[in-house]
Design a protein around this ligand. Sequence first.
Ligand SMILES: Cc1cc2nc3c(=O)[nH]c(=O)nc-3n(C[C@H](O)[C@H](O)[C@H](O)COP(=O)(O)O)c2cc1C
Length: 213
Amino acid sequence: MTQLLHIQASPNPVSHSREVAEALIARYRMLNPTGDLRLADVWQLDLPEFGAEMIAAKFAVLRSQQATEGQRRHWARAVEHATAFNAADHYVINLPMWNLGLPYKLKHYMDVVTLPGENWSWSRDAGYRPLLGGKRAVLIYSSASAYGADGFSTQGHQDTQKAAMRTWLGFLGIEVLREIVVAPTSSDPSALTTLKQAAREEAESAAHALLSR
Ligand SMILES: Cc1cc2nc3c(=O)[nH]c(=O)nc-3n(C[C@H](O)[C@H](O)[C@H](O)COP(=O)(O)O)c2cc1C
C-alpha cells in the first residue's frame, strides 16, 4: 500500500500553503482510496531536543558499546521519528517562508529525522550515500513576497528556503517531483484568490503525477 506523508509546517490556523496541500491530498485520496495518508504537523509533534544530550547519545549509540540505558532511550526517540518519516513513499510538504528561509520547527523536524544509518550513510570509501531512493516529494511554498526564478525578490532579498529543501531531499535520495508556489500572498484579495486557484489546480495535477509511476 502506498503511503503519503503530509509534512505540515505552517502554524497558521488558516494557512495558504496548507490549503493547497489539502487540495492535493483530497485529489490523491480520490485517485488512491486505499492509500495510507499520514500527517506530521511539525507544530504539534513532540520532537526531542537535538542538543548536547542527543549528540552525546548519538555518538554513544553509534560509535561505541558504552551507551547508557538513558542514552539508548534518548536516541530511540529520534529514531522513532526517522522511522515514521522513512516509511512514506510520497511526501507533500507545505511551508511558509520565514525570514527568507524555513520556519524553525520544520528545521527542528528535519534535524531529528535525518539520521545516519536510517536514511543516509557515510563511509570513507563511498562518502555520503542517500538511502531513500525511489521516493518522491511535492513541495508547496508560501510567501508574502514573490521571488523570481533566480531566487531574488525585486528588492534583492534572496530566498534560501527552496534551495534548503531541494538540498535536504536530494541528500536523502528523495526526488522533488513538483514545486508549487503560493505567492505573493500580500496581493490584493482578488489577485490572491486567482493565484490560489492556480496553485490548487497545480496541486491536483501533482497528485496525478505522484501516482503515475
Ligand atoms: C515570522 C515570519 C517571517 C516571515 N518572513 C517572510 C519573508 O522573509 N519573506 C516573505 O515573503 N514572507 C515572509 N513572511 C510571510 C509569510 O511567508 C506569508 O504570510 C505566507 O503566506 C504564510 O504562509 P501560510 O499561510 O501557509 O502560513 C513571514 C511570516 C512570519 C510569521
